[in-house]
Design a protein around this ligand. Sequence first.
Ligand SMILES: [Zn+2]
Length: 158
Amino acid sequence: MAKVESFELDHTKVLAPYVRLITVEEGPKGDKISNFDLRLVQPNQDAIPTGGLHTIEHLLASLLRDRMDGVIDCSPFGCRTGFHLITWGEHSTTEVAKALKGSLEAIANDITWADVPGTTIESCGNYKDHSLFSAKEWSKLILSQGISVDPFDRSVLA
Ligand SMILES: [Zn+2]
C-alpha cells in the first residue's frame, strides 16, 4: 500500500492546537497545491463531537475563504481532532494560523444560526447533525489554548 505522510506523523509527539504543513505537491505544469494539518484538539485525548465539528466545517468553508486566497477545500479528519486544508500555491503556517484564528474568533463571538451556510435538507447530507452551541464552545476552548505555527514546539500566535 502507498505510504501516506499523515500516518507517519507520531501523534503522541504533537501539541495541539497547531497548523502544520503536510506537503506541497507540484503538478505537471508547475502548479503547486499545499496540504495543511489544522489540528484543533490533542490527538487521543479529545475529539470534537460530530454536531459541532460539522457546523465548524460549514463555517470554515466560508470564513477561511474570506481570510486567505487559494482555498480549495477544508475537510474534517475522521478522528475528529481537526481538518485538512488544501490550497493552491504556497502559504506560511503563520498565514494559515491567522486565518484559522480569525475564523474561530468569528464563530465564537459573532456568528448566529442564520449565518451558518448549508443547514437545510437540500444543502447538506446530514442537516439534523449541526450544533452551533458546540461549535462556539469548542472554538472558545481552542482559542484559549492558542494556535501554534509549529506542531512540536508551542509557538502560539499573539
Ligand atoms: Zn453538512
